[in-house]
Write a protein that binds this ligand. Structure first.
Ligand code: BES
Ligand code: ZN
Length: 645
């Protein structure tokens, strides 16, 4: 406590120094809270906060998890800093039920909840006067967008309920009343009380042993490094842990532990490779949580505890570039963080680039070159899906006015972003680029960053007034213009030479032979399936399925690629496998395109979509159902949380 106050006042001084235009204090070893960036491009349109006036620096949660009511309830104690004369602070709130807001010593403070926006939620303005700390007593709503409450039947063990959260991009305001903006970094701590048989894990180091009282246990976590609030995460369930290496390990349900640990065996090697590439790992441990199959994403880079879908478990480690990706966010995203969602490409494009570098170090250049080529395919598909080379959403620095940050979650951010960095790397040479990259991470540790900061940094540390290089890199075109600049470094055209000739042969009737198919890596199989013409005659898909068992493939990416073709071809024999796939997992990347494609095919697909979605919806996380509900497949679900209050 004492220590925290010291840090807070040091941060206040730093803030004051920056705002008065003095030189900022030199960086201390212990990270201080980065000041709020000023300037139009750093204004977060997805938050109601006005952090240049008053900001949150620390969040202390004390919450009980109520599975029966599907709520978390308790208090959030916020440490605040305000500009002189500012007497109120604005927080983000989505459906929170607030009982009271007081000072630290219990004096009630006036507050108002403004009009509710369906995307952003509502501003919560607290008149804190001169108080430096406020205590909010609240409960989350049963349909909080960040939280998913699973019944025992929806877990691997079938015995205990499960709670999981997903904060990115703007979901955490549905269970944590704070300034939910990535430019407002906050340290945090939490005490979480759960039924005694269950374990609560969070995206922070453990702060002491759990305390058991008759039928409850209270777990404590503390993150003393300032993080973007979307990185606060929780899961509660019947969880077990296994060490993988000196600073890596895996949490999951006991029934999943062996399989998960085997699949994650290369993690420690990846951390070592990442440190060589990007500089020291700053977060202490790198643990992973393998979640139940309803987890809506492949992975989420929650600090110290990456959240993972179980669908990456293929039995042969062939989908573990997912781990390299989430691990890479420990630098790109979690150290240097997009200040607003307009600069999401800085998180994901840089991470996608960094992923390939880790994959290359651990699995070799051929695997990496193939993943780059698959990335280029995905980038080109994203250009098509987003209106072609002139489509405004094909820009890296994207305009999300009036829209959800989710609209920016495309392979433009991931793959055009990665292609941009790879193009720079190839232009300046790897040695120079790697030195710059390390400098970028160490120079922006625990800081929000914008595209403008990125460009200035590249110019200062990499281009250094080299006019020819400036012209060659066309930095402004890359970040501001739609489409793909002509200067893009091409993917290796030979990376999939054998597969690509098999695709050509398939057009004239030949299937790859069984030994060839079996020899192919997962990436090779994916290249094959995604390069085939989208509308195959059903009989050809039947031949493929018969030869290689694709509709029920154990590798979920391969299975998804085949089922995508099956839907486009109205391939009836695959429907049972398709339905099963949509009912056993809820990864949005898999279920959203399949159900959307089915729903768009009025005659053949829509009845299937209706039938499956009615059954599958309870398995899916709110961030998945929110989109799929818009397809109008089942009677409109309740809008209660948005219209109440
Ligand atoms: N941070 C993202 C997931 C995310 C982004 C969630 C935006 C919500 C809003 C994560 O790192 C990610 O990119 N996951 C990918 C992994 C893949 C690219 C290897 C996914 O879930 O598919
Ligand atoms: Zn990512």
């Amino acid at each position: 406590m004492q220590f925290r106050l010291i840090i807070t006042s040091a941060a206040a001084l730093l803030l004051a120094a920056c705002q008065s235009g003095d030189a900022p204090a030199p960086k201390a070893a212990a990270p201080m809270i980065a000041p709020i960036l000023s300037g139009a491009d750093a204004v977060d349109i997805h938050s109601y906060a006005k952090p240049l006036d008053a900001r949150v620096t620390h969040v202390a949660l004390d919450l009980a998890v109520d599975f029966a009511a599907k709520r978390v309830a308790g208090t959030a104690t916020l440490d605040l800093q305000a500009k002189p004369g500012v007497k109120s602070i604005t927080l983000d709130d989505k459906g929170l039920e607030i009982a009271a807001i007081t000072t630290a010593d219990g004096n009630p403070l006036p507050y108002t909840v403004g009009a509710v926006d369906p995307i952003l939620g509502a501003p919560l303005t607290v008149e804190m006067g001169d108080a430096k700390q406020i205590v909010i007593r609240y409960t989350s709503a049963p349909d909080a967008g960040a939280l998913q409450w699973l019944t025992p039947e929806q877990t691997a063990g079938k015995k205990s309920p499960y709670l999981l959260s997903q904060g990115q991009a703007i979901e955490n305001r549905s269970w944590i009343p704070t300034q939910d903006s990535p430019g407002v970094r906050q340290t945090w701590e939490a005490k979480i009380t759960v039924p005694a048989a269950l374990t609560a894990v969070m995206s922070a180091p453990k702060a002491g042993e759990p305390v058991t009282k008759s039928d409850t246990r209270t777990f404590s976590y503390k993150m003393d490094k300032p993080v973007a609030p979307y990185l606060i995460a929780i899961a509660v369930g019947d969880l077990a842990f296994r060490e993988l290496g000196p600073r890596t390990g895996v949490w999951t349900e006991p029934a999943m532990l062996d399989k998960a640990a085997a699949e994650l065996a290369d993690t420690e090697k990846m951390v070592a490779a990442a440190e060589r590439l990007f500089g020291p790992y700053q977060w202490g441990r790198y643990d992973m949580l393998v979640l139940p199959p309803s987890f809506p994403f492949g992975g989420m880079e929650n600090p110290t505890l990456t959240f993972l879908t179980p669908t990456f478990i293929a039995g042969d480690k062939s989908l573990t570039s997912l781990i390299a990706h989430e691990l890479a966010h420990s630098w790109s995203g979690n150290l240097a963080t997009n200040a607003t969602w307009a600069d999401f490409w800085l998180n994901e494009g840089m991470t996608t680039y960094a992923t390939t570098r880790i994959v290359e170090a651990v699995y070799g250049p051929k695997v990496a070159a193939q993943q780059v080529a698959l990335g280029h395919d995905a980038m080109n598909a994203a250009i098509t899906d987003n209106g072609g080379a002139a489509g405004p959403d094909t820009r890296l620095h994207i305009d999300l006015k009036g829209r959800s940050p989710d609209d920016g979650l495309t392979d433009i951010a991931y793959e055009k972003g990665a292609a941009f960095l790879r193009t720079i790397e190839i232009a300046v040479g790897r040695e120079r680029f790697d030195a710059w990259l390390k400098g970028w991470f160490s120079g922006h540790m625990f800081e929000p960053v914008t595209t403008a900061i990125f460009l200035a940094d590249i110019r200062e540390h990499l281009i250094k007034n080299d006019a020819a290089l400036e012209t060659k890199l066309a930095l402004d075109t890359w970040v501001n213009d739609p489409g793909i600049p002509a200067s893009i470094a091409p993917a290796d055209a030979q990376a999939f030479a054998e597969v690509d000739s098999a695709v050509t042969a398939f057009k004239t009737g030949a299937l790859p032979s069984t030994p060839v198919w079996q020899r192919w890596t997962t990436d090779e199989k994916l290249r094959f399936l995604t390069k085939l013409d989208k509308k195959q005659p059903s009989a050809r898909l039947a031949a493929l399925d018969q030869a290689y068992g694709l509709a029920n493939a154990g590798n979920n990416e391969v299975r998804f690629a085949f089922l995508t073709l099956a839907v486009a071809a109205r391939h009836d024999p695959a429907v049972p496998a398709l339905e099963q796939f949509l009912l056993v997992q809820g990864r949005r990347k898999f279920v959203r395109p399949l159900i959307t494609a089915l729903a768009a095919d009025a005659e053949w697909g829509r009845p299937i979509a209706k039938r499956v979605y009615a059954k599958a919806r309870p398995l899916y996380h709110p961030v998945t159902t929110r989109d799929l509900d818009k397809l109008g497949l089942i009677a409109a679900p309740s809008q209660k949380a948005l219209t109440a209050k």
